[in-house]
Write a protein that binds this ligand. Structure first.
Ligand code: FAD
Ligand code: SIN
Length: 511
């Protein structure tokens, strides 16, 4: 891989990285990395759909704009939201032109309502497999582009920054366990969010906040880190992961009941089950604190329709002995989406020269304090394309830059695997209990103290040994991810401590 010499290095192959790579490939040779294969990303798992106004009815775009602003509780960047809702429809039409199929009823696109949307404007594919359809379409398109090269299973460790200019990244080849510097005239971080910082999350295991941590280490500006979205409904069973149960299930009529069989949402918000996501999450949390279990109930709906409408969810729930059409499904909230991240302008430019960011890793300002459901895939498409186009104007690197010797910083990964596993558990549990759905000044102080005790991992020599031994391969990635989780956790706590009032997803019980 070190012989590829790309013009542009794209780190991450979710919807944002893929879309950026497709546009960037018009201006030079693109290398696109991921650390876990093409099917391991939040994009691939996205269920509910993608919000976009495809009918030309007057006022529809404005209504999408207003719902996004309202959900963001006054903290959205107006111009960024305008870009999102106005460019979104073209990004979707382009996907359709490239082969994506969205579900239809008759000749019209099927749409569903989700929380805090005034209108049903959410498109979906194969019922609940919208992300997989979009990723498949983008990958097929990308594979036809000769100067776009995929490099799966390559883990970006750190950015290479010389004289304040980002010039590439150090990359771990996970198969060979070797590290190489990859230089490029433009670098894009599209590494997704940071759900794995929390012990309960809907996010896949690759989502460990690497891009945010790399940016922080390189001195790029991050913002809004206190705003973590907790999804109200993930599967809650002792033997199951926090598998997402799409908001679309409530959009189609699913109800939330407690162990007494009581519908409780109307007591918390006039929109009941379709209240904004943070409100539903806190309502469920409140019920659970009172000793109730909470269930998502679709048993009043036609069972054939439920199974056909949510085939992926149906299949996964069955694996854990739950029939979504006949059983009341036990649910609890889980960390789902990072509103904060690397601060960018409307073209994805970061505060670091020649570094761009797109997708969940970035903060464009479209989500404010609380993301409107199904706006994330749209953001990845719209701002991914903008970043790719912006690379058009990047001049070649001024000279062959000096490559710092990464290995000088350390030797073989020194600690046993158990140390990293234990540290990750400590970080995740601390974040879930003390920096989760309900926070307080005291809990945040306690969390910071705990995370500080983990910070030695940042000064530890980094794993750099070119070896083929299985255990060391695991420990390289584990050590690197642990370091990133600690950095991102500290950034979330710092931002949460600085914001003294409750707003959107940041809720302080003592404010
Ligand atoms: P991701 O899709 O997460 O991709 C990140 C990429 O970066 C991966 O390829 C990964 O391998 C790579 N990567 C990470 N770290 C490194 C590293 N160090 N080195 C190399 N590569 C790296 N949003 C909606 O709008 N609608 C929905 O219906 C919806 N449903 C969702 C369901 C689930 C279960 C989840 C988890 C999220 C959902 N979201 C939804 C949110 C949305 O899917 C994500 O915000 C969005 O897909 C993120 O896209 P991305 O391209 O920024 O990152
Ligand atoms: C869901 O399907 O509930 C997830 C939608 C989203 O996160 O936007």
């Amino acid at each position: 891989m070190k012989n590829i010499a790309p013009d542009f290095l794209l780190i991450g192959s979710g919807v944002a990285g893929l879309r950026a790579a497709i546009s960037a490939s018009r201006y030079g040779r693109v290398l696109i990395l991921n650390k876990g294969g093409l099917n391991e990303s939040s994009s691939q798992k996205a269920q509910g759909g993608v919000a976009a106004v495809l009918n030309a009815e007057e006022g529809e775009i404005d209504s999408h704009y207003q719902d996004t602003i309202d959900a963001g509780r006054g903290l959205c960047h107006d111009e960024a939201v305008r870009v999102l809702v106005e460019e979104g429809p073209n990004r979707i039409l382009e996907l359709i032109e490239w082969g994506a199929t969205f579900d239809k009823i008759g000749s019209q696109f099927a749409t569903v309502l989700e929380g805090a949307h005034r209108k049903g404007r959410i498109l979906r594919a194969q019922g609940d497999a919208t992300g997989a359809e979009i990723v498949k379409t983008l990958v097929e398109k990308a594979r036809k582009i000769p100067n776009l090269i995929f490099s799966p299973n390559h883990f970006a460790i750190d950015l290479i920054v010389e004289d304040g200019i980002c010039q590439g990244a150090w990359v771990l080849d996970q198969a060979k366990n070797t590290m190489d510097p990859i230089l490029a005239r433009g670098v894009v971080l599209a590494t997704g969010g940071a759900g794995q910082v929390f012990s309960r999350t809907t996010n896949p295991t690759v989502v460990t906040g690497d891009g945010i941590a790399m940016a922080i280490r390189a001195g790029a500006m991050v913002s809004d880190m206190e705003f973590v979205q907790f999804h109200p409904t993930s599967l809650f069973l002792s033997n199951a992961p926090a598998f997402l149960l799409s908001e679309a299930m409530r959009g189609e009529g699913g109800l939330l009941r407690n162990s007494d069989g009581k519908l409780f949402m109307a007591a918390y918000h006039p929109d009941s089950e379709l209240a904004p996501r943070d409100i539903v999450t806190r309502a469920i949390w409140h019920q659970m604190r009172q000793g109730q279990s909470v269930f998502l109930d679709l048993t009043h709906m036609e069972s054939a329709y439920v199974r056909e409408r949510f085939p992926t969810i149906d299949k996964t729930c069955r694996e854990y002995g739950v029939d979504i059409a006949c059983d009341k499904i036990p649910v609890a909230p889980a960390a789902h989406y990072m509103m904060g991240g690397i601060k960018t302008d409307l073209f994805g430019r970061t505060s670091l020269n020649r570094l761009w960011a797109a997708g969940e890793v970035a903060t464009t300002g479209v989500h404010g304090a609380n993301r409107l459901a199904s706006n994330a895939l749209l953001e990845g498409l719209v701002f991914g394309a903008r970043v790719g186009d912006d690379l058009k104007n990047v001049a070649p690197l001024p000279q062959t830059p000096p490559i710092p010797l990464f290995n000088q910083r350390g030797g073989i990964c020194p600690s046993p695997l158990e140390t990293y596993y234990a540290m990750q558990k400590c970080v995740k549990d601390t974040m879930w209990h003390d920096v989760g759905i309900i926070r307080s000044a005291k809990s945040l102080e306690r969390a910071m103290k705990q995370i500080k005790e983990c910070e030695w991992v940042m000064n530890e020599p980094l794993p750099a040994a070119p070896t083929n031994k299985g255990e060391e391969k695991i420990s390289s990635r584990l050590a690197l991810e642990t370091r990133n989780l600690v950095i991102v956790a500290a950034a979330i706590i710092t931002a949460a401590r600085a914001r003294k009032e409750s707003i959107g997803a940041h809720f302080l019980e003592d404010s």
